[in-house]
Design a protein around this ligand. Structure first.
Ligand SMILES: Nc1ncnc2c1ncn2[C@@H]1O[C@H](COP(=O)(O)OP(=O)(O)O)[C@@H](O)[C@H]1O
Ligand SMILES: O=P(O)(O)OC[C@H]1O[C@](O)(COP(=O)(O)O)[C@@H](O)[C@@H]1O
Ligand SMILES: [Mg+2]
Length: 569
């Protein structure tokens, strides 16, 4: 029998305490049936769960236990209140997303208009089963537990908003990324064409636009060609997240679907907005679409725009290679984006095959002495007369900090401002060969903003379209979530899961080994470093244990963490 744990928010209102009486007990029995086999009721019972599970609500009285449990994991007590875990047979765990019915009573439902849509109505089994979920870990052994699952994205048979009732808004936050305009376009066209929604607004210049600018009306016509342009037609910014002001504006303007496109910082902001909305009991869905050129968002297979960025990086690497080959002892140095994660650098290097050394933040390196970078460069030039180095912007920051007065400056969102590793390496390499009286030429190419500003390529365009559609289906069905592809399937992921860790290159995985073997560069790592990296990977990727969850749940989470969804093949 499945069991379901929902933990009440600290400031939960009276509605959240009613489930301990006998009447609720009956509801739980009923919910234990497979709802996939019959249509959900027009007016679902108060706090009904839109999937088959036995609901176990933890009351305020259990808070002392929750506090103890919180101490054993990294989830704050406030966040624990929003964790929805349901257990099934053979170690099955659903890490579920919040639904409007968790806190808004008596919401009417409507048939999904897609069933009468000339294009979509022909699709056999167009609607996903309410109970469909996607495993986080797909490589299993005979006796493996079923492990952690996420709710499958896709259109539902019944929706929680009437088309005339929807007032949607879209915002883009953080740095640019190829594909932002495609997501905006497809959100507008999808809402309009699939669900007949015609009240859609753009929030200008990121989060602060919620309370400081006019909302821009968006129509399929006004966004028709924007996917061919780089950047975001809505504008974006860092900083300016004031939860109360944002939700006041959402409430005052009667917005009931909020689509938030942005990276890890943005998704944290989306989570804060959702919590405030829930606290106020508003019938508003919050849908996050993860954006980051760095591909550093946890859980998802990859972020949109990443493929485009890797492809565009090839042009810079090719130029570096041409420059290097055309000079005596020529070095081409290319800096690529990647503040904390070196995915673009790693994939661009693997794709190019012209790169002799790739430096990323996850793999510390050293300059001098036996096995150091300078010695490797010298050897490579003697062997080959030229070389290409790719460096991720976040690499070697510790080395620069040692030689330049440390600066701890941050951007408006609180992200650390990086020192220019490319420029620093250029000087160091020049000085080294000068001291050795060896002729050489180094050309430093920084294509970072050029890569970020281009429109998305064809495959990213399709990916953006599907993400936008999944976000729309989820919001119409009453969920609040970050949408993401997990093992090739679109899913709704709880905000707390995508914001609690960061996706990083694992230097102990086969992908990094492939890179080392393709470039022939030294790994710069001692056995001690490797052991420490494995340990750090294990900790970084261990999801926060759901509070109040049983040992069985906890162990399923641990198991899922042992294999990342992205990267390892
Ligand atoms: N912990 C947080 N809580 C609320 N808002 C946040 C948080 N971190 C970042 N933000 C907001 O999210 C937006 C984008 O964040 P930023 O880190 O600049 O980019 P990205 O979302 O691409 O990582 C900014 O407006 C910032 O104020
Ligand atoms: O100059 P900006 O706009 O702050 O952007 C620089 C940063 O933006 C990024 O491209 C992506 O960052 P976000 O995804 O967090 O917005 C980083 O790689 C880079 O460090
Ligand atoms: Mg970020």
């Amino acid at each position: 029998m499945a069991s379901h744990i929902i933990l009440p928010p600290e400031d939960a209102d009276e509605n959240h305490h009613q489930e301990e009486d006998g009447e609720e007990e009956e509801e739980r029995e009923e919910l234990g049936h497979d709802v996939g086999e019959r249509a959900p009721p027009e007016h679902p019972p108060k706090a009904a769960l839109p999937f088959s599970a036995t609901c176990v609500r933890i009351s305020r009285d259990s808070y002392p236990n929750l506090r103890a449990l919180r101490n054993a994991s990294s989830v704050s007590l406030a966040d624990a209140a929003y964790v929805k875990i349901s257990e099934g047979d053979f170690g099955y765990v659903l890490d579920d997303v919040p639904h409007l019915t968790d806190y808004v009573p008596d919401i009417p439902t409507y048939p999904n208009p897609l069933q009468d849509h000339p294009a979509y109505s022909t699709v056999k089994q167009y609607f996903v089963n309410e109970d469909d979920t996607v495993p986080q870990k797909v490589v299993v052994q005979k006796n493996s537990r079923r492990g952690v699952h996420f709710r499958r994205a896709g259109p539902r048979q019944r929706i929680y908003f009437g088309p005339d009732e929807v007032k949607a808004c879209i915002v883009t936050c953080g740095g640019l990324c190829p594909g932002l305009n495609t997501v905006i376009r497809e959100l507008v066209c999808g809402l309009s064409h699939m669900y007949n929604v015609n009240s859609i607004f753009g929030i200008q210049n990121g989060y602060k636009g919620f309370y400081s600018s006019n909302y821009l009306p968006l129509t399929p016509k006004s966004v028709n060609d924007i996917h061919k342009r780089g950047g975001t037609v809505l504008g974006t910014s860092r900083g300016g997240h004031d939860t109360k002001k944002i939700v006041d504006n959402i409430q005052d303007r009667g917005i009931n679907q909020v689509y938030i496109i942005g990276g890890d910082g943005t998704q944290k902001g989306a989570y804060e907005i959702f919590k405030e909305i829930r606290k106020r009991g508003l019938k508003v869905s919050v849908a996050g679409v993860p954006k980051t050129i760095d591909n550093d968002i946890a859980i998802i297979d990859k972020s949109f725009g990443f493929d485009t960025a890797v492809e565009e990086a090839q042009r810079a690497i090719d130029s570096a290679h041409v420059e290097a080959c055309s000079a005596e002892n020529g070095i081409g140095l290319v800096k690529l984006m990647g503040r904390y994660s070196g995915f673009i650098a790693m994939y661009a290097t693997l794709a190019s095959r012209d790169v002799d050394c790739c430096l990323i933040p996850e793999s510390p390196f050293y300059m001098d002495g036996e096995g150091g970078l300078l010695q490797y460069i010298e050897r490579r030039l003697k062997e080959n007369k030229h070389m290409v180095i790719v460096v991720a912007e976040g690499a070697g920051q510790d080395l620069i900090a040692k030689s330049i007065a440390k600066s701890d400056q941050q951007d408006a969102s609180g992200n650390k401002l990086l020192l220019d590793i490319g420029l620093w390496l250029t000087h160091k390499i020049k000085d080294y060969f000068k001291s050795k009286k060896m002729e050489m030429t180094i050309k430093y190419i920084d294509p970072t903003y050029m890569i970020r500003a281009i429109p998305s390529n064809a495959s990213d365009n399709v990916y953006c379209t599907l993400l936008a559609h999944s976000a729309i289906h989820g919001a119409m069905a009453g969920y609040s979530f970050t949408v993401g592809m997990v093992n090739g399937r679109h899913t709704f992921i709880p905000f707390y899961r995508v914001t609690s860790t960061r996706n990083k290159v694992k230097v102990t995985d086969r992908m990094w080994a492939r890179l080392l073997s393709s470039t022939n560069q030294p790994s710069f790592l001692s056995q001690k470093d490797i052991d420490e990296a494995s340990e750090a990977d294990r900790h970084a990727n261990r999801p926060p244990l759901p509070m109040g969850a049983s040992h069985r749940v906890a162990s399923s989470f641990e198991q899922s963490a042992s294999t990342s969804s992205n990267g390892e093949i």
